[in-house]
Design a protein around this ligand. Structure first.
Ligand SMILES: NCc1[nH]cc(CCC(=O)O)c1CC(=O)O
Length: 309
């Protein structure tokens, strides 16, 4: 039996929370196992002053962790599924998806109780093109202002008075104990979440059966089915970089119900579509929905967005 398991993690408060969550669950499952954290600073955590899409996209958050696993310095990496690219380096893969936390976006403000209460021209902080497009579709008067950094930094910027409100993933706020900062949970028809939002995934070496056996009990199959459909849609749309794409799956009457959205960054053009089907076809459902969106003009919208970035 493996006596030791090392978890590669980013050093943000949220990443550490998620890594410690996995650590605690593994320690409880395997009392004889020594579980250690290997904290690593990713490039995405160092470059905070430019939109992610301009510095190479989401992959920047996982590359250092993947290198550590390939070099044998760590055994698993714990990720926010929202930040995990579609393709993995040879020898690595996703082994576990944990039970999903609340997948919704959250409206956070010290002044206004809800999005609908924001006055004309209010300043809203987000650097997510997906959130920006959906906000502007509903409220073209809003001023969207750049906001990056980890969850704590973003809250501090709101508290400093730089914004009337900010939008964050509810999951991150809840995990860090900031649920009381959430003024309004945005319903998914107001802000369709990003693929994988709210889910934590575990990556490991694909040939490491001992490690895979140790982490297998953390897998939550229903969450995995949802995230699989969402990621299949993202992959077909080549949504590797930060893009105005939303996709969100739930179970309904024993089937998967997947909704997708592709938007121009100004929110003036938003394509939406949805699909239902058997859970066993999660992957196909995602690809089919992506292809329908492409046929409806998503390719032209995305080409324009990539051109801007
Ligand atoms: N892009 C950063 C990121 N990655 C995952 C989360 C939240 C936690 C989750 O989705 O599981 C966040 C912060 C946010 O979007 O507010």
């Amino acid at each position: 039996m493996t006596a030791r398991l090392r978890i590669a993690t980013r050093t943000s408060a949220l990443a550490l929370w998620q890594a410690n969550y996995v650590k605690d669950r593994l320690a409880a499952l395997h009392p004889d196992l020594t579980v250690e954290l290997v904290p690593l600073v990713s490039k995405g955590d160092k470059i905070l002053d430019v939109p992610l899409a301009k510095v190479g996209g989401k992959g920047l958050f996982v590359k250092e962790l993947e290198t550590a696993m390939l070099d044998g310095e760590a055994d698993i990496a714990v990720h926010s599924m929202k930040d995990v690219p579609m393709e993995f380096p040879a020898g690595l893969g996703l082994a576990v998806i944990c039970q999903r936390e609340d997948p919704r976006d959250a409206f956070v403000s010290n002044t206004y109780p809800s999005l609908a209460d924001l006055p004309q021209g209010a300043v809203v902080g987000t650097s997510s093109l997906r959130r920006q497009a959906q906000l502007l579709e509903r409220r073209p008067d809003l001023q969207i202002k750049f906001l990056r950094g980890n969850v704590n930094t973003r809250l501090a910027k709101l508290d400093a008075g730089d914004y009337d409100a900010i939008i964050l993933a509810a999951a991150g706020l809840i995990r860090l104990g900031f649920h009381d900062r959430i003024a309004e949970y945005l319903m998914t028809d107001v802000s369709l979440p990003a693929g994988g939002q709210g889910a934590v995934g575990i990556e490991c070496r694909t040939d490491d059966d001992a490690i895979k056996a140790l982490i297998a009990p953390l897998h939550h199959e229903l969450s995995a089915q949802q995230v699989t459909a969402e990621r299949a849609m993202n992959r077909r749309l080549e949504g590797g970089c930060q893009v105005p794409i939303g996709c969100f799956a739930i179970h309904q009457e024993g089937q998967l119900f997947l909704r997708g959205l592709v938007a121009s960054t100004d929110g003036k053009r938003i394509l939406r579509d949805e699909i239902r089907g058997p859970v066993a076809q999660a992957e196909t459902l995602g690809v089919t929905l992506a292809e329908r969106l492409l046929a409806a003009g998503a390719d032209a919208i995305l080409a324009e967005v990539y051109g801007q970035a």
